[in-house]
Design a protein around this ligand. Structure first.
Ligand SMILES: NC(=O)c1ccc[n+]([C@@H]2O[C@H](COP(=O)([O-])OP(=O)(O)OC[C@H]3O[C@@H](n4cnc5c(N)ncnc54)[C@H](OP(=O)(O)O)[C@@H]3O)[C@@H](O)[C@H]2O)c1
Length: 319
């Protein structure tokens, strides 16, 4: 059977990492790499064993050997790649967050829906087998509390994508998306949102503390930062069970479940089943079954988290 052909759009850090995972998957191949620069595209194509490379994203999207375009540009540049890919009828796996703004994300979702094309946010956390196990464990009972943080010290550089408003920089969109996605997975839509934080000199959010409250009094206490080294762990507490996820909670290698009458259980990740692999396999499975969305990571959930991030950033006055 013909291998699923991936087109890697961009040559940065995550394009290289996920491209290598895809290249190593049986049943998949990197068919081509696209970049703003032909030389960078050719270099990454050689590294990933791709036959073709392009000095533009539009040319990559038009390649008939490409079945799926993996969008790995900065957030504000996701739509500009996803749009031509969808227009060419390609499936799209788009890096997190789905876009640099809610409006862009909604446009991308509508384009894919209208075209009947597969679209999924590369929220790899949702594909980590330990996160999936946690979300499916009925012993939690009613989930009362989610606590999670994701923060590190990123040297301030207004030209770097993390700090630059032109690439939709800021802690919330880049890192806060993970704690917010975890809370959304486990608790759904909040009733209210309380936000505190600070802005960087460039105007993007440098840090944010978020308290989300839910019907019945459940809550999520979430933090994100580009200016302090956070614990990067998560704790999920239900009426019957508690989960402790050590750093990095968005890609846990182990988790401990404990509770009344439950001796601490350690669950360890099978290293051949990390989030990037599982995410790529989900795309392949969905396409083989003719689905235009993932049941594990539906577009509606990506949009809900985008909406929350827009609210948080608006509350902080972020650029
Ligand atoms: N899932 C994960 O674990 C994970 C980890 C890190 C990042 N990400 C996500 O992946 C995306 C890219 O992050 P990254 O860390 O790979 O960034 P990066 O290292 O800065 O690479 C971004 C690439 O995007 C391309 N690009 C296109 N337009 C650009 C522009 N206007 N400015 C800068 N670069 C531009 C560039 O490739 P060319 O020069 O070849 O065009 C660049 O190499 C982000 O949305 C981020 O949230 C996900």
């Amino acid at each position: 059977m013909k291998k699923l052909g991936w087109g890697i759009a961009a040559t940065g850090g995550i394009a290289r990492t996920v491209g290598a995972v895809i290249a190593a998957e049986p049943g998949m191949r990197v068919a081509a790499v696209g970049s703003r620069d032909a030389g960078r595209a050719a270099a990454l194509a050689a590294e990933l064993g791709a036959e073709r490379s392009y000095g533009s994203y539009a040319a990559l999207c038009a390649d008939p050997e490409v079945d799926v375009v993996y969008v790995a540009t900065p957030h504000a540049q996701h739509l500009a790649v996803a749009e031509p890919a969808i227009a060419e009828g390609k499936a799209v796996l788009c890096e997190k967050p789905l876009a640099g703004s809610l409006a862009d994300a909604e446009r991308m979702a509508k384009l894919a829906k209208d075209a009947g094309v597969f679209l999924m946010e590369a929220m790899w956390m949702r594909f980590n087998p330990l996160i999936r196990r946690l979300a499916a464990d009925g012993r939690f009972g009613e989930i009362r509390s989610v606590q999670a943080s994701f923060g590190f010290v990123a040297p301030y550089d207004p030209q770097h994508r993390l700090w630059n408003p032109a690439t939709a920089g800021g802690a919330v969109l880049d890192l806060g998306v993970y704690p917010l996605a975890l809370a959304h997975l486990l608790l759904g839509e909040p009733e209210a949102l309380h936000v505190t934080g600070t802005l960087a000199p460039s105007g993007v959010d440098a840090e944010a503390g978020m308290l989300l409250t839910y019907a019945g009094g459940a809550r999520a206490l979430l933090e994100t930062s580009l200016v302090s080294p956070m614990a990067n762990s998560a704790t999920v507490v239900g009426t019957g069970l508690r989960a402790d996820l050590p750093a990095p909670f968005w890609a846990p290698g182990r988790m401990v479940l404990s509770g009344p009458g439950v001796e601490p259980e350690e669950h360890v990740l099978d290293p051949s089943r990390g989030g990037y692999q599982e995410q790529a396999r989900e795309v392949a499975a969905a396409l083989a079954e003719g689905r235009t969305e993932s049941e594990v990571m539906p577009v509606a959930d990506s949009l809900a988290v985008m909406r929350r991030m827009e609210e948080v950033r608006a509350a902080l006055g972020a650029a």
